[in-house]
Each structure stands twice: as structure tokens, then as C-alpha cells.
Design a protein around this ligand. Sequence first.
Ligand code: S3P
Length: 437
Amino acid sequence: MSARQDWLAAAGTALSGTVAVPGDKSVSHRAVMFAALADGTSRIDGFLEGEDTRATAAIFQQLGVTIETPSASRRIVHGVGVDGLKAPSAPLDCGNAGTGMRLLSGLLAAQPFGSTLVGDASLSKRPMRRVTVPLARMGARIDTEDNGTPPLRIHGGQAITGIDITTEVASAQVKSALLLAGLYAQGETVVREPHPTRDYTERMLSAFGVQIEFSPGYARLRGGQRLSATDIAVPADFSSAAFFLVAGSIVPGSQLRLRQVGLNPRRTGLLTALRLMGANITEENRGEHGGEPVADLVVRHAPLRGIEVPEEIVPDMIDEFPILFVAAACAHGPTVVRGAAELRVKESDRLASMANGLRALGLQVDETPDGATIHPGVLGGGEVDSHGDHRIAMAFAVAAQRASAPVRIGDIANVATSFPDFDGLARSLGMSLQPAD
Ligand code: S3P
């Protein structure tokens, strides 16, 4: 576990420059997993050098997969085939990564050997029954703690059968866990979702040669298929770009270009929300990268107005609520969020973390079980706690750019899980953000 670190953030200058944010976290996790399961050697370009995705790569090494790192952000994965993983000799540590743990639970439940998945303090509090209960219906045996949290003790050697299921929560992690178990199942697996979620598992399995039928909110595959190696180009992570989209919008005089950001429609709900708020964000140099739509995003400062966030876009911006709260704090008029109860079970309770942090800086935030109303105002200085949540830490670093006095942001070490050099990049654009003593 990383040592406790804090940041000191304050209003800097207008932001300007061109930014290349790191590779997509969701795509990086899946690239390493599917390449490990494939027949043959796959190259991954643009791999996120974050703690979460490195933890997943290290787990596959423990499972007997050879992974080379020819240079930063590159991996060469020597796939062992769907039946080639080896029993690990120690628990597998997913670190802070819900994606790693939940996807692996489906994959490992179908192996002939047993395994144990563990995580850090935050992950150890997160709900796992959303995967273990439907996986049990497929024949898996996975023990959790009494309250449904990790460690996950996975009994190997179970006969897995296909399932036709509508998931209770809209979660790409749950859908992906079931599809990965489904790869090993007798018969067909069909996953239907209450709201469509990101479809990287479906798209990437298809790129690895798996026959899979999918459309928004629906996926179906037959068990017993093999994967064949392919090269993966990881697009830049929209969720990392999001912090600079809001920073550029709220700091007067700013203009930023975010280069070739992944714009999968299941990820870009924040763009819709910011545009409804009056943000000035244009898309230039549209193209495709690794099968995903990408474009440069050019953001210029603009006055924002509060909105009611349309509930149907909540799953498409599920990781962006911390920074949306910051945009809302700097807007004219209140912003209302509903239908976002999932935020309570992310790396921290993000509704509470953001509401408490904004209150500490002098704003009024009314929390509800599944959302909040953010009343904008003048942000003061003070101390906020990120609760070890990377996105809360980065959101408050952006908020501080509009604060009337310095903001100390506590417990920021986990920023390295998704965006290792966030502070260096932020400083190079004009933000004031330093390690605190
Ligand atoms: C992810 C799915 C989302 C998201 C997480 C990454 C993925 O979680 O919050 O950061 O890669 O599948 P849920 O699907 O559980 O909402």
C-alpha cells in the first residue's frame, strides 16, 4: 500500500497547451486479459502504466503468462490459450481495481484450479455479490466475506453452464464477468442490461476472433471458443481527459487541446452534460484508434449554467461525477443529479466524498440516496479528504483552481492507479498543484 500523501492546490494561471492523456484503463485491463488467454503473441500499444492495470498484468504473470515490457506503455503478451493458465501459488492482488477483480472473478471461476482474489482497503469494502450471485447460477463456487466483500475465494474445477440473465445493476464489470465465464460454459450465455454500459469486452473479444453478438444493452456468446492473438492500440482515456475539460471550462482565459481522446459513446456522457451546461468544447481531427472513435477535444473557458443531469446518460458518465460536481460548483444555478446510487459503491462513496469536500470549501450540497443538488457559490480554501479515491483527489485539484485560498487535498496516492503523472501534466498547463509537506 502506498504511503499517505497530500496535495496543496491553489488558483493558478489560465490553462493553455496541448495534452496527451494516458491510455484507457478499461481497455488496458481487457487487452492484457484477453491477450493472455489468446493463442499466440499480442502487442499492446498505449497501455496505461497505472497501478490498477499493472496489478492485472502482474496477476497474469502469476498465472503463468509471459508479459514483456519493451518500453513504457507497451506490452508484448505471450498468450497461453483459454486452457493454459497455471494455478497461482499465492493470493492474487487486484490493488484498487474493481474492474480487475470483477472480470477476473468470472474468468477464474471457470478454471480447473482454485484461486483467491484480494484488494486494497477500498476494494475490500466493495460489493462483490453482484458478480458472485449470477456466477453461482452458472455453477461457480465463490466465497466472499459475510457482507459480500473481498477476498474472493474461488473454488476451481466447477462445471460452468450458460445463462440468460438481465443484470440488476447497469454494470460493464458484471456483464464482462458473466461473458468471461460464458466463454468456458456449456451452451450459450446471454446478458441483458437495464441500461447499456460500455461494450469494450464485446468489441475486444470480437477483435480476438470470438463469435459474439452484441448491441447496446445486449450480448450473447457460445462457450468453448478460442481467442486468437491480435495487436491492440489503446485510445486515450476519456475519464482522464475529463478533468482538463472541466478545468479548461471553469478557469477564465483557458484554452486546451486534448489530443486523440477515446470517444466511445458509452463513455462520453460528460460531454453531453457539459454542453448542456454551456461548455465550449469542439471535436477536431476525428479518426479511429484501435477500433474506437477518437478526436482532439478543444476546450475554451465558458460560463456554465446548472442543469438537471438527464438520468439516461448517468451510466455513460458513471466515472465523471466527481468532476461534474466541480463544474456544477462553478456554474450559475443549481445542478441536480438523480439515479446515480452506484456512486456510493465506487472507490469511495463518491456522493458523500464530493458533497463533504464542497461543503468544506463553503458550498451547500443537498445529498439524496441516489444523487445530490449542488448549489454553486464562491469556493473558499480549506481541507478536503479524497478518501483514497483517485477521481475525488483530481476533481478537487481542479476545483482549487477557482478557490479564493489554497486547498489541501488529503490521501491522494491512489491517483497513480489511473493517472500517474496527473500533477506534473496539470502544472505544465498552468494549474497550481504541489505535494504538501
Ligand atoms: C468499468 C466499468 C465501470 C466503471 C469502472 C470501469 C469497466 O464500473 O465505473 O471505472 O472497465 O468495466 P461498473 O461497470 O461497475 O459501473
